[in-house]
Design a protein around this ligand. Structure first.
Ligand code: DX5
Ligand code: ZN
Length: 217
């Protein structure tokens, strides 16, 4: 699998959103990670539909939307004209995972399941792991950028990777929260191919973004 880096726009300069995205034009294997929150599933509110809809006009990169919301179906309908490539919903937000995955697959090219730090990978039945395109392991509690990486995510990543091999499934393993150059290689070795990073990348100047993103491969 390609080694993907997904800068989390939550940490970018909102007053220069278009320029922030354009700074990555020449970086390969890069997705933009968009954290959509509803001030209900998590205690924060971020990007709404009008803002996300504009992003596709300034970049050709894949848009990876992480919905931290209690009603993923509503957001799936509402955001379907935003050019989103991957739609990740939180496992904890519904009891109707099978139905939701079928619904999302009709609307989006890629569907992901996100797990809170305290949700074990065993919560997801094998047959659903074989149906999704991505599993996002939260390595901080969702809601805010700039938090400390939860170390037990490394073992969780290894277990998920072993399970993927056993099932001969091909979902991506994405890690989100507190990712830096200090833990990136450990996470890659554990089986993660897609690393989200907000504060680590956007702490730099735009001229440094490429080098900071590539330092996570
Ligand atoms: C947190 C978000 C993350 C966040 C990561 O709820 O899902 O995507 O932006 O930010 P950093 O990399 O700063 O931990
Ligand atoms: Zn996220």
């Amino acid at each position: 699998m390609d080694k993907i880096v997904s800068p989390s726009l939550l940490a970018c300069d909102f007053l220069n959103l278009g320029a922030e995205l354009k700074a990555f034009d020449n970086v390969e294997d890069l997705w933009f990670h968009i954290d959509v929150m509803d001030a209900h599933f998590v205690p924060n509110l971020t990007f709404g539909h009008p803002v996300v809809k504009k992003l596709q006009t300034v970049t050709k990169k894949k848009l990876d939307a992480h919905f931290m919301v209690t009603d993923p179906t509503f957001f799936a309908d509402n955001f379907k004209d935003c050019g989103i490539h991957n739609f990740s919903f939180h496992w904890e937000a519904t009891n109707h995972h099978d139905r939701l995955i079928s619904y999302l697959k009709d609307l989006y090219p890629s569907v992901g399941i996100a797990l809170n730090p305290s949700t074990p990978i065993e919560a997801i039945p094998d047959y659903l792991l074989s149906r999704v395109d991505l599993v996002l392991l939260m390595s901080v509690n969702p809601g805010f950028g700039g938090q400390k990486f939860i170390e037990s995510t490394v073992e969780k990543t290894k277990s998920l990777n072993q399970k993927r091999e056993k099932l001969q499934a091909n979902f991506q393993i994405q890690i989100d929260g507190g990712v830096t150059n200090k833990n990136a290689m450990t996470l890659r070795d554990a089986g993660a191919n897609n690393l989200v990073a907000g504060s680590y990348i956007f702490k730099g100047q735009p001229s440094e973004y490429q080098q900071l993103a590539d330092s996570l491969r």
